[in-house]
Design a protein around this ligand. Sequence first.
Ligand code: MN
Length: 250
Amino acid sequence: MAVKQTAGRDALGEFAPKFAQLNDDVLFGEVWSRENLLSLRDRSLVTVVSLMSQGLVDSSFQYHLLNAKKNGITKTEMAEILTHAAFYAGWPKAWAAFYMAKEVYKEDGNDGGKSAHENSMIFPIGQPNNAFAQYFVGQSYLAPLSSSQVGIFNVTFEPKCRNNWHIHHADKGGGQILICVAGRGYYQEWGKAPQELHPGDVVNIPTGVKHWHGAAPDSWFSHLAIEVPGEGCSNQWLEAVDQEEYSKLN
Ligand code: MN
């Protein structure tokens, strides 16, 4: 998938249109986008070390630190990367880089990315979803947003967390609508291929359809779950998603 970048055009589109085009379309649109040859995570690692070794700690370095974090480089790994690079690039450069990295990774704490995920969306994560824990693999969280007229809940799944296969039943009306708000996840109907979900995606789940939803193995995920009003509504919880099948997702 091509990396979408508009920073060049935003900042220099008028002054240096060719440079802007090379930056957005070639450097990001082509080089950064060759994910089949080198992952975004590895490209971020190379870029951060390159900038740090030049002593660059401006806004572009900050951007690439944020990008590295987004591409999956953890706080512990970033500390190790800069420590390692310090021996080759220079001690003072590492000091300067650490000051900026510390800021970028500040809110990460030791919560496995939970607060970073919460900061990436407008809805709260809420409380551990203990009442339904028996129907989930991994930890999920629930934040009730609307409890009258139409029930709307923000459901958050930690990486690898998903619910068991289940069916929403109703005599009339009913079913569920999912609106994805943050992170990356999956939805799968029985007998069909899993569908990757991104913020903004909407899934309409009719009554009687066996399905599951949850996070990707390597990403937090949140969706709003809307209970479609109906008569005689109930949920039927079934077996857990096959571990081997789930592990194939990436
Ligand atoms: Mn459901």
